[in-house]
Design a protein around this ligand. Structure first.
Ligand SMILES: *Cc1c(COP(=O)(O)O)cnc(C)c1O
Length: 224
């Protein structure tokens, strides 16, 4: 097991039906993505708009690009023409800006609300109360060029398996509550994005539908 294709095949054997793999290719070159593409992978996750756009230009057009990074309002326009799913919405303002840019492209962009479930402050996201308040306020319903399709979260970086399990469990409970209270059961609100290289098995056990896996596929990232 020492190449990208093998790593992907291995991970796919571990994913139950209904769980999809986002191959997190940030900081890895287009060649590495091409290798994963040839192994059949189509969903890739990136955390910088500029980097994602450059790769979008270089690579096959049937790739689905997921933006998983922290969103900056002024960069949304660059990805609006092509992004498939934005995982990291953490304010109503961002949702409005995505809506505006999506409208210019005549698109409806799918978005996930990011929820802060970890103990570290460094991670972004709504807390549950803020999320409920935004949904209750209801202004989002008038945004015709975005679609809220689920929730996303990142667990604490820790060896404590119970802590991680509890955080994912909490996010799943919130997902069910939000779906129940603010969305039709037939709506596209059906994605729960949680789980990375070190914790995706726990995330799957707790109901994840999208695992975001980078280093386990592509190796360590070089941040230079
Ligand atoms: C980088 C990143 C990942 C992938 O992390 P790995 O530990 O390499 O699998 C997943 N989700 C988000 C939001 C990330 O920024």
């Amino acid at each position: 097991m020492n190449n990208i294709a093998d790593h992907i095949k291995q991970i796919l054997t571990e994913l139950p039906q209904g769980v999809r793999l986002v191959a997190v290719s940030k900081y890895h070159p287009a060649d590495a993505i091409a290798e994963a593409y040839h192994a059949g992978q189509r969903i890739f996750g990136e955390s910088k708009v500029q980097e994602m756009s450059t790769k979008y230009e270089l690579l096959p057009k049937d790739i689905q690009w997921h933006f998983i990074g922290h969103l900056q309002s002024n960069k949304i326009k660059y990805m609006a023409p092509f992004v498939t799913l934005i995982h990291g919405i953490d304010s109503f303002k961002l949702l409005e800006e995505v809506n505006k840019q999506a409208a210019k492209c005549n698109r409806v962009i799918k978005c996930l609300l990011q929820i802060h479930i970890a103990q570290e402050d460094t991670k972004f996201g709504f807390n549950a109360e803020e999320c409920r308040a935004m949904l209750t306020a209801g202004d989002w319903k008038s945004l015709k060029n975005i679609e809220i399709c689920g929730l996303m979260g990142m667990a604490t970086y820790t060896e404590d398996v119970e802590e991680i399990r509890n955080e994912f469990h909490y996010l799943h409970e919130l997902f069910l509550e939000v779906k129940q209270n603010w969305f039709d059961q037939s709506s596209n609100f059906c994605e729960l994005s949680m789980g990375m290289s070190d914790d995706y098995q726990l995330a799957i056990e707790q109901g994840s539908t999208l695992v975001r896996i980078g280093s386990k596929i592509f190796g360590e990232r070089n941040y230079q």
